[in-house]
Design a protein around this ligand. Structure first.
Ligand code: GAP
Length: 516
């Protein structure tokens, strides 16, 4: 069986070969943890954005969008806590000279115990078949119990060290659990140090007295500082939300796993402003709403899970992650945070402006509390590709690589293929394409054998191929070929719209998750 790491490497090459993701500045040997999206990548990204944006702004009449600037007044980052507290605990291996996040090294150790437990469960499930009682097995099997106890002990110690900000203890855990550097294989570690993740630059010329500013590490602050503008100009009543999609920048030291951890990335964030005291109810609601959004894509419900935070960020009173099972394990794709009134109160304090809402029902003013949903667009993109990439062994002995991208997100929806490049077939194909292209992103292809063309479309995830042959000129029928089953059907040209529309409709997807 092909290992997930192997598949992941293949996926990275596939992304480059088929125009989804390129390493940035490649002809200059690249720039670490920065990537460019290619011709199909940008379409997929735009479709994910649309799915998110519409789910926020169309399905919730009390959620509106904004687009704030990346550059902001530097005091904002003082108020938000990023100048003082946006740090990663880093540790270096003296032999390999590689730098790691101490918390990530320990989390990976915890994940090893989880793997061991899951393997025992899987083995037993196979052995006992239908009679397998997972709960009883976990409560009695000595190996599961032993690994659970070890995991719990490590987890408790780790959570305490994080919450206390105890860097020495983080290092001690790494030593006690004999965690080695994956490159050198040694335990020759430095001290753990804090490192601020914000990039800075300057505005204004030096002569005028340049001002140091930061590239925003999250889009959320652009929403907070516009709270009053939107509330007043939109006459918004609490509860209401503000959504935003935009770039964020972090000087990630341990930048690994392709587009999973980048220095320049994109976030889709929504801040939902609520009455104080109601925040945990809304937190629960948004948790469920966001999970529904993910699962509606049909990549498999088992691929998602919640992971509650051990260490709450300086602004939160509850937080959870939605994790997706990437080829390198379950990883955070989205964070849902109950941010209390921390940000608005802090901006009140630092700006000296009153940032409050007058609640006519309560006849009272207050600083609203905030539930945030924050999803990384690039991680979402990666989860979709990882969940879609399949290598299939065909009956004729050949293999095909297919991206089973959910049809509504696929970069190209329909490939229009004249069987041969003559006899009026290209003209007929163009005529059909000119008809379809206003509703669906189409691609015309007349080069190479039809088999090769199908493979090319499979590789970019096109859900439908339409072949125009000589009979088409007579009967106005075409062959439609379905990506996932490879089945083919001969249908009237006039039926194409109705066959395809439902499957690729964003509207149907939104209907699945709408609470009507
Ligand atoms: N406003 C809250 C916030 O920024 P976060 O957990 O730091 O919270 C939210 O980030 C999401 O942004 C993450 O769940 C992840 O999907 C994405 N993200 C964060 N850092 C990233 C990076 N270096 N590269 C790619 N995506 C990242």
């Amino acid at each position: 069986m092909v290992q997930p790491e192997e598949i992941f490497k293949k996926l990275i090459s596939h992304c480059k070969e088929y125009g989804f993701v390129f390493p940035s500045s490649e002809i200059y040997d690249g720039l670490g943890a920065v990537y460019d999206y290619g011709q199909y990548g940008v379409e997929l990204k735009n479709n994910i954005k649309k799915y998110w944006w519409d789910s926020m702004t169309l399905l919730n009449e009390n959620v509106v969008g904004i687009d704030s600037a990346i550059f902001m007044h530097p005091t904002i980052w003082k108020a938000s806590g990023h100048v003082d507290a946006f740090n990663d605990p880093l540790i270096d291996n003296k032999d390999s000279k590689k730098r790691y996040r101490a918390d990530v090294l320990i989390e990976e150790q915890i994940a090893k115990y989880d793997d061991k437990i899951n393997k025992e469960i899987e083995k037993a499930a196979k052995r006992f078949g239908d009679t397998f009682d997972e709960q009883k097995f976990c409560e009695t099997n000595p190996r599961v119990l032993e690994n659970r106890a070890k995991r719990e002990e490590l987890h408790t110690r780790f959570a305490k060290a994080l919450n206390d900000g105890n860097l020495e203890e983080l290092r001690q855990i790494i030593l006690d659990y004999e965690i080695v550097c994956p490159i050198s294989g040694t335990r020759n570690w430095t001290e753990v140090r804090q490192f601020n993740l914000m990039f800075s630059t300057e505005v204004g010329s030096t002569a005028d007295g340049a001002m140091k500013i930061y590239l925003r590490p999250e889009t959320a602050q652009g929403i907070f500082v516009n709270f009053l503008n939107v509330q007043k100009s939109g006459r918004m009543k609490i509860p209401f939300g503000i959504a935003q999609i935009g770039k964020a920048f972090r000087n990630e030291i341990v930048a690994r796993q392709f587009i999973f951890r980048m220095r320049e990335f994109e976030q889709m964030e929504m801040q939902f402003f609520v009455r104080p005291g109601e925040e945990l109810m809304w937190f629960e609601k948004w948790k469920q709403t966001r999970m529904r959004w993910h699962k509606a894509l049909g990549l498999g419900d088992k691929k998602y899970r919640f992971h509650d935070h051990d260490k709450l960020a300086h602004y939160a009173n509850a937080a959870t992650d939605i994790e997706y099972e990437m080829p390198f394990g379950f990883k955070e794709v989205e964070g849902i945070h109950s941010r209390t009134d921390f940000d608005l109160s802090s901006h009140e304090k630092y700006s000296g402006k009153r940032i409050q809402y007058f609640d006519p029902e309560l006849n009272q003013s207050y600083v609203p509390y905030v539930i945030e949903t924050s999803i990384g667009l690039d991680r979402m993109f990666l989860s979709i590709l990882a969940g879609s990439y399949v290598e299939e062994q065909l009956e004729d002995g050949e293999t095909r690589v297919v991206l089973r991208i959910p049809p509504m997100l696929a970069p190209v929806k329909i490939a229009v293929l004249p069987l041969v490049k003559k006899d009026g077939l290209p003209e007929k194909a163009r005529e059909i394409m000119n008809h379809l292209k206003f509703d669906y992103p189409c691609q015309y292809d007349e080069k190479d054998s039809i088999g090769k063309r199908y493979r090319r479309q499979d590789a970019i995830g096109t859900p439908y191929c339409i072949t125009i042959d000589h009979d088409t000129l007579v009967d106005n029928r075409v062959t439609i070929r379905f990506r996932d089953t490879m089945e083919q059907e001969r249908v009237p040209i006039t039926d194409l719209g109705s066959i395809i529309a439902d499957k690729i409709s964003m509207k149907n997807l939104l209907k699945q998750i709408a609470e009507i």
